[in-house]
Structures are given as structure tokens and as C-alpha cells.
Ligand binder design. Sequence first.
Ligand code: FUC
Length: 857
Amino acid sequence: MNKVGQIFFAVFLFNAATLFAQAEKEDPNLKLWYDQPAGIWEEALPLGNGKTGAMVFGGVKGVLFQLNDNTLWSGFPDPGNNENGQKYLPLLRKAVFNGDYDQAAKYWKKMQGPYSARYLPLGDLFIDFKFLDQDTVPSSYHRELNLNNAVSTVKYKLNGVTYKRESFISHPDQVMVVRITADKKNSISFNTSLSSKLRYGVSANANDYLILKGKAPKFVAHRASVPEQIVYDENPTGEGMNFEIHLKVEAEGGRVESDGNTLKVSDADEVFLYLTEATSFNGFNKSPGLEGKDPSKEAKANLENAIGKSYEQLKNAHVADYQNLFQRVSLDLGLDKEAVSLPTNKRLLRFNQDEQDNQLQALYFQYGRYLLISSSRTGAVPANLQGIWNPHVQPPWGSNYTININTEMNYWLAENTNLSECHVPLFNFIENLAENGAKTAQINYGIEKGWTAHHNSDVWAKTSPTGGYEWDPKGAARWAAWPMSGAWLSTHLWEHYLYTGDKQFLQEKAYPLMKGAAAFMLEWLIEDENGYLVTNPSTSPENVFTIDGKKYEISVATTMDMAIIREIFTACIRAGEILGNDNTFTEELRKAKAKLYPYHVGQYGQLQEWFKDWDDPEDKHRHLSHLFGLFPGGHITVENSPKLAAAAKQSLIHRGDESTGWSMAWKINWWARLKDGNHAYKILESGLNYINPSQNEVQMSGGGTYPNLFDAHPPFQIDGNLGGTAGITEMLMQSHAGEINLLPALPDAWPSGAVKGIKARGNFMIEMSWKNEELVKATIHSEKGGNCRLRTNIPVKVVEVSYKKAAGVNPNPLTRELKNPEFVNNAKGDLLDLNAAKGFVIDFMTEDGKSYTVVPL
Ligand code: FUC
């Protein structure tokens, strides 16, 4: 072979090898697909690069891409701090200690501030195949979202011509690209336009280039029922974000013309649409009107970059970037051929008829990972209540950051499903909150140390208590009187360290923020008459308690408050020990931790939610915040605190399974932590209950899944998707209790399967397969070295190195503290039998970068 021949052959081999490797990795069933265009938003398919979002409707005559930019919010930095707080806090505390909970709630209402800003829709890209009749019906219509490469494809045959539209949103090139092809020359003709639900104007920059310039309102009321719902600054350079969308159309063959605000494509062979957008958002503390970035510059630069590249270049870069994250994990729970031959919406309905469809659950698991990759990437703001996808100017709950559960839940899958990088936008957001939250601590509470945040936030990193919704000024305290989210969010930083072992991150980024959150808590806690450290005021998010038939919101030391404080204090003490440089502070924390108001097991054997045993076993409220210590916290475990775990189980039984989407996702995680795979599965199964997309009103129970597999609260919230994926992972593997537990909560419905690439604390990567509900083989890849403590349901051996039965505390520093928290038992009867702490536990030493094979003995 001559040299050219050799090179050619080598290139051929290389390409064949990469193609083969790709084909091997690409699972043909990792697709959502439909035989109809989307008629309703919850049928459309989401694309995103962490910043730009699009919902692909995939029509035939009219083609809609509903667009978002995750920095486009109403308003401007508006801290909303309330100095009245300092005046009323002592009065409120006194009222609470005197048992006058009603008066306490009245005082609280004088201490809070306004609601958050709203996440807004950017605009619509519309393609009108105007030559078609309204009722032109194509044959063999197919619309899909391929999770293997984050590309959406629409394909159909019309008048003998096969049309195909491929679309994706690239993270590396910050552009949305749509490619339209036909298998017959000169068959593509359409008009395309841009519009927005906000104030806007469109003009043509050239024959093939449209620019939409828009302005966001400075105020949007939470609900349409309020007068003056949407307020614009009449001065175009005044408050409210500016934004732009740039669209360029390139056609092969045919013509592209413009009539001012529409682009007209005629008789083309192939067409490319490039769309970029930007807002004037210039950081959480800068006015977007007065100190904003120029959106024109950014949108134009991204567009110019994109059109300088070929479609293949753009697509390859997009796919490589996406697959680098997505392909780290695979999950096989078995395949039902009949099920995968059906469109996804019909599969959901089939599954609801009690038909087995394990691949649908694997698809749902991977969809959660897809959604996080698409909504939370480096350099962007974190995923909000709807990720980055929102068509409403007044979205439910403002599509804000609801940080008393929903935002945290968005990130529960980040570490254990091997998407650590996608966690980073949350850390940057926490940094912003810490800056604003130090002022809230000072102004609202007179606390000079540390920082706090309350239950709602927005792109402006609001930390003040956001009071009653505008239509409901009465019922605010039970959600707003809750300065706990700084501490909760800070545990995410610690978790990132436990998974990665990145000491520099711990030292430079995590610890200062964690310390600030803990320092606030040291000041916030006060001693009660028995010498316990308690929180006052204290709420159990959004729930109320009843005394003599009367409902109250505020009291003392709710179980969740104390659990969050336990977690952040423990994390700071551990971090202080590892970094070895903050002894005085860690000593202070140790002392305070020993005096925290303990857990109580109540009269019904339940984990007591409130300061006193006011719990109602009939209460079905969606929040079960008092189980925080079981999950996402890790200080209540089946192995180390079985009585508390049993009480948590009793509380779960009282509350029941059915609830809103996110609440059910939380319950999957709790039942997994209780090692009850069948119960976790039962909730996962009902969470996949088909919800009719035309039902979009807010409901406080009855969660499920829309045709596009978006989680339904209802309405759509992304937390349930992401929390569901986290829950499936917890069913397969857990690592919170100082050990890696393989198959801790495997349901009977998944007798055989395999998972690859999930992560455990200590920076271990896990691959394993199982059959007849028993482990067949596991490979543990150690990325950081250190002791690996492994719990399995059957006795196992490690092939490469010696191992021994585990004893004492796990010496690996990347594990959790395992002390059983103190508790008081007021239960009348026996606690539930948990049948806990099963299995075999071994220790073996690992080296950084090596893999270890574990097989049955
Ligand atoms: C909390 C929850 C609601 C909803 C909202 C966004 O208020 O109680 O169920 O998820 O956040």
C-alpha cells in the first residue's frame, strides 16, 4: 500500500472504530418519539444548552419552536430586606415562647418583603409552510428526541417528497441550528418569523437575517388576577431587561428574501436556520437597564461564529460535548419489544394499564440526566422551577427558584449520576446568595455573622423572606418564615467535595460559604428554658399544626430546622478537620451541636414533625420536611439509627404515597433509603401516571407525567423529573452511610439489569450487573484511592486485592459521620420493624485510577 493508501486505510480504521464505539454506546431505544406533531406545550420536546431552551412542536404546515433564555427574568436587583424585622423579632420570639402562635404569625407578616421576580418566555420561531392547505396530512410522520445525541428530528412524507428537520442547541457554539432537507430538489418553501409575548419589534438586518429586539417588564404579578399585572418601564433604557434574538437563514438552491419582518424561502433544496439570543443580564447585582450588557453584541458574535462553520462541524461539536456528559452512564433494566414499538405517549398509557415496561423507566432515568445537562451548564445560572423551559409571562410560582425543596431537588442527581460539572451553576448561585444573604441577616435580624436565604429566590439572588403572594396576603408565614435555605444549599457544596475529593474546591469555594451559613445559624439559634438550642420562629415548610382544632404556622425548633442545622454543622466540623485551620469555630459548632433540640418519636410511632407532638396521622401534606435527616441528609440511616428510620417510615405511611410530582419523587428517595425497593417502585410507577396536557391548573395532589415525559406537579415542574432520576439511582446504589451499598432497594420488578458509570461518595465509579435479584458482578473504579467499604446482600470477594470484614469507622475521609442522633421516645406502642441492616460489609484498600472486580463468593 502506498503512503496515501496507508493514511486512507488508517483513517478508515479510525473512523470505523469511532463509529463502532459510538454505535455500541448509542442505545436505539433512548428516544422519545411520537407519530403526531405537538398540539400542546407539554407534548413538545425540550432542547437546551444550559442557557438557550427550545420546545420543538414539530408541525407540518406551521412549525413552532418556543424559545427561552435562562437569564431572561422580570425586574432588577431588588433585595426586599425589611428593617422592621429587627423590631419585631424579639416580640415574635416572646410570643412563641409564651405559646401565642397566632400573635407570632401576625408579627411575622410585618417582617417580610415582596415576592420574587419571574422567569419569562423569550419568544417564538415560527416556520410557515404557507403553500400547504390547513388540513394537509403527511404520511409516515415521525417526531423524536434522541437522548443519545440531544438532536430532535421530524420526518414525514408529503406529496411524494420526504422532508426532514433536524434541530439541536449547541453548548460549545451557543447557537440553535435547524436543518431542513427534502429528498427532491426545489421542494422547500416557507416563510419564517420571530415574535415574543413581551414587548418587541422585529426588523430585517439583511435579506436573510432577522433581529428581534425586546424589553422585559420591570414587574410581573404572580397571578393574572391581580391588577397591574405586567408593568414595563416606559423609558426604553429604564429598568427591565433588554434582549435580542438573531436569526439567519441559509438556503442551498432556491432563494431567500425578506419583506421587512419575515424571511421568505422559495424552492430550496436544503435550508439551515441559525438562531442566537442574548439578554442584558449582567450579573445578579447589576441593573439590567442601566448597567446591562449589550445583548446585540453577544447574539451577533455567536451567530457569526456559527455561520463560519459547516453544519457537520457544528453538529459534531455539539454531539461530542453532550456525549462527554451523557454517555458516562448507562442503565439496562430489560426491554419489552412491544412497548418500544409504541410512541412514548402511548407507552405511558400502556404502562398505566399495569403492563411491564422497564425500558420506559430506564428512559425516564436517562431523561432526567438529559434535562439536567440541557438546563444547567457551566457559565449559566442554575435550573429554575421549570429548568429553562417556560412559555408563560406569568408562570406558576413565577418559575422561580423555590429553595425550600424544589431547587435543591433539581440537583440531587448531579453527583451520583456522574454530572458533577452540571452542579457548578448552583454553586455560583450560592455565592451570590451569600453576598445578598449577609445583608438580609443584618437588616432583617440584626445578625452580623454569616448569611441566610429564605424560601424563594430569583436570578437576582433574592434572599429576603418573600411574603404572601399578592392574591393571598394572609397565608404567608408558613412558607416565608424560614431562613434555612442558605444552610441547606451549602450542604450541596460539601456533597460535591465528598463525591470528588476536590480539596481545593473545599478550601477556596465551599468552606467559606458553608461556614457563613453555619455562622448565621449559631446566631439564629437561641436557648430555650430547658437549655436546648432551638430555632424561633420556626416553620415546617408550608405545613401547619393543629391545637384544639385551630391551625397555626409558627412555633419552635421544627424537626427540619434542627436536621438542616445538624447537617451543616457536621459538614463544617468535618471540613474544618480536613482543612485543619479553623479550630475555634469548629469547637463552637461541636458545643452547639451537642445542645440542639433532639429528635422525638411521637405518640403514633412517627418521627415528630413539630416541637411538640402536634402531628396529625391523617395529615397528607405534600411536604414531609421532617424526614430531611433520612434524605437528602444522611444522619438517619437504617443501619446506624434504626429507631429513627422506623419512625420516619411511620411518618411516610401516614402521609401516603400520592401527592404532587416533586413530593412523590422525594418519597422514592426516602423509601429507597429505607431499603424498601418495592415501595419506592410503587411510587415511581404512579409517578408515571399519564397526565392530560390540557389540564394545566395548579393542583396540590395527583402528580404524574405529561406526554413529553415532563413531570406534572401538576402543572409542569422539572424537580420531579430530576428527583425521580436521583431516586432510581438510590434504589440501585447508596453511599451516604459510610459505605457503598450495592442494590440496596432493588424492586422485584427489576430482577435483572446492569448499570454503568454511577458515582459513590469517595469518588468511586460503579459498574454492576445483577440477575434473579442478586449481584452478578461489580467493578469499582477508584478515582481517588482510599478505603472502599462495600455492603452487599450476598457474600462477595474482591478479585484483585485482599479484603476483610469491615470493622469500626470507615477510615476513608470522604464518608459521612455516622453517629446516631439523640432522640426522645414518646411512642405508645412498638416502633415499626424495619428488618434493617442486612447484608455483608467488607473493606478493601484502593489505589487512585485502579478498578476492582467484585463477584459472589
Ligand atoms: C412549594 C410547593 C409547591 C410548589 C411550589 C413551587 O411552594 O409546596 O407544591 O412546588 O413550591
